[in-house]
Ligand binder design. Sequence first.
Ligand SMILES: CCCCCCCCC/C=C/C(=O)SCCNC(=O)CCNC(=O)[C@H](O)C(C)(C)COP(=O)(O)OP(=O)(O)OC[C@H]1O[C@@H](n2cnc3c(N)ncnc32)[C@H](O)[C@@H]1OP(=O)(O)O
Ligand SMILES: Cc1cc2nc3c(=O)[nH]c(=O)nc-3n(C[C@H](O)[C@H](O)[C@H](O)COP(=O)(O)OP(=O)(O)OC[C@H]3O[C@@H](n4cnc5c(N)ncnc54)[C@H](O)[C@@H]3O)c2cc1C
Length: 651
Amino acid sequence: MEGVDHLAHERNKSEFDVDAMKIVWAGSPHAFVVSDRISKLVASDPGFRKDNRSTLSRKELFKNTLRKAAYAWKTIIDLHLSEEEAAKLRFYVDEPAFTDVHWGMFIPAIKGQGTEEQQQKWLPLAYKMQIIGCYAQTELGHGSNVQGLETTATFDPQTDEFIIHSPTLTSSKWWPGGLGKVATHAIAYALLIVGGREQGVHGFIVQLRSLEDHSPLPGMTVGDIGMKFGNGAYNAMDNGVLRFDHVRIPRNQMLMRCAQYTCLCMPSDAKLILEPCILIRVSQVTCEGKYKQSDVPRQLVYGAMLYVRQTIVADASCALSRAVCIATRYSAVRRQFGSQNGGPETQVIDYKTQQSRLFPLLASAYAFRFVGEWLKWLYADVTQRLQANDFSTLPEAHACTAGLKSLTTTATADGIEECRKLCGGHGYLCSSGLPELFAVYVPACTYEGENTVLLLQVARFLMKTVSQLGSSKKPVGTIAYMTRVEHLMQCRCGVQRGFAELSADLVEAAVAHCQLLVVSKFIEKLQQEIPGKGVKQQLEVLCNIYALFLLHKHQGDFLSTGCITPKHAALANDELRSLYSQVRPNAIALVDAFNYTDHYLGSILGCYDGNVYPKLYEAAWKDPLNESVVPDGYHQYIRPLLKQEIRTARL
Ligand SMILES: CCCCCCCCC/C=C/C(=O)SCCNC(=O)CCNC(=O)[C@H](O)C(C)(C)COP(=O)(O)OP(=O)(O)OC[C@H]1O[C@@H](n2cnc3c(N)ncnc32)[C@H](O)[C@@H]1OP(=O)(O)O
Ligand SMILES: Cc1cc2nc3c(=O)[nH]c(=O)nc-3n(C[C@H](O)[C@H](O)[C@H](O)COP(=O)(O)OP(=O)(O)OC[C@H]3O[C@@H](n4cnc5c(N)ncnc54)[C@H](O)[C@@H]3O)c2cc1C
């Protein structure tokens, strides 16, 4: 019945203060208040409904996304929402759209790569959405290999311009979100050519479409790349294709934070002011087209990817927690087998197999939340150091963002699929919310750095650390533990053999390094003051589940390296079962702590009141296929079949 909480009996079992846990999950009392208010605002506004998405054609889905983006922007303006509130509103609207890339990549790239002048010129336009940006790096022929990008940006000293060109089919920009139909501007990454010499890949601000009538500017061939995986909402995103035909842009539209191109013969206003605080020595291009590499690590050009990767880790905890919330609530509602003397059947959440599949994912959602909080701090710290020309922690920041992005997105994509399976047949219904969540989420394993490619970066960082062990340079920070692998230096066999030959093993070592990071940051979180009755105890249980589940899953490695004995492995397994029993009475409260509205969850199986079956049944009749009792096509195809008239039917 409506209004009845079918999960009340579960909520009454809770042994901790759920409201206090909601604040832990949100990050602070302030963050909780903002999230709670904005999520309810979105949920209560029919303009943000999303339950009809699966019935829309791609063009309807896309146009509806434009409507929602415009409606969200109007809401932000009308309600005078802060930047924090606006970001929360876009999050709870939960619609993959060009705004993700505009706010999530285009603006951060200008903030991270643009000079003071360039920021002053472009950011106000972007913040007011008077321009809409995309991040055009990937090409048809290259995505992972950024240095292999073929788009060219040739400096013309006669006109003080760059000529942006797509010299080959494979140099076509391909995939950038928002590019296909919406973006007016792009940050296009291209191979800089000065005086006939290639100077590496740099970012350039390029206007794509008229701000008057939205038509592509001369020299631009631009469109959408077509339907993507599943019928999911990611098809609302216009990932695009773009070819440049000798497009000219002013020299001051090259993102210059990492380099300065000063034409000594040019008037002083042609001189692009460097971010003075960031430079040791600037790169210069004279009128004769001479370029000198700056002291600033060229990888600062990749800064936007560092930023987005750390946001993707936080996003993984959100996506996984959504799936776990759905699967946990449904596992408490669903009963199957086990009826004693005509009594109720057993809740599937009481089966040890269900617990052993579900509770490690619940623990992972919390683990990723906390490592994401730490990674946000690490990114802010490295950004501050860069301002002071301190590049010392940049390699570690790159390894951590790359590795944790890879680890958490792989675990989350696999976890969402596992949650679908944990819900049995009903998990395969769109109304469960899980198929779409999976379809929208899985590209996270590929975009912003293909996960294996990123793990290879971590492996390279680890091997470089090992190679320095014999030197005076002691490992610090997240690799301090590696002093304990000094023996690798003695045998040297592990270091000398080819990186490529051992890359599959090194990727596993990179995963292990990142898992250690997640566990250690969870433990550090528990060392903080955590208010609320029973809250810290619950988090300790989840931390132990996360760590012991990994030990159990990889016990072969631990046993073969002598890190643990078979007895340790058995004890870990026994302890896991005991920990699952401790979570069981608190499971519903632990997912209630995510504080997701039914609107945001978008799932009948995960609805707060657990009133699943009446809602499933009601939803079925809303499907367009049920608009007529006798389906379209009966008379043309089915009736001839049934009446054995098929030979004469006009098919
Ligand atoms: C939720 C919100 C969603 C927000 C919205 C998100 C929606 C999704 C939008 C998706 C957007 C995209 O996909 S945008 C496109 C994303 N594309 C990518 O991520 C491309 C991935 N590829 C790369 O990053 C690079 O090609 C990489 C694999 C690192 C190789 O680069 P290079 O060849 O230039 O460098 P290498 O030779 O490997 O390494 C040279 C040295 O540079 C260092 N290095 C490499 N990258 C570095 C970096 N980023 N920062 C610092 N240092 C770096 C290495 O550690 C080496 O150090 P030493 O060892 O000391 O020499
Ligand atoms: C939904 C979605 C949105 C996107 N949005 C954007 C965007 O807004 N802007 C943008 O610029 N790009 C975007 N991209 C593109 C994305 O960044 C690239 O697809 C991604 O970086 C992977 O590159 P790739 O496609 O070249 O993969 P590849 O590198 O071709 O990967 C193919 C296989 O090769 C393997 N491989 C590659 N190199 C190595 C190596 N050195 N050693 C071992 N194995 C290797 C990989 O592990 C993988 O298994 C988006 C992609 C998707 C799917």
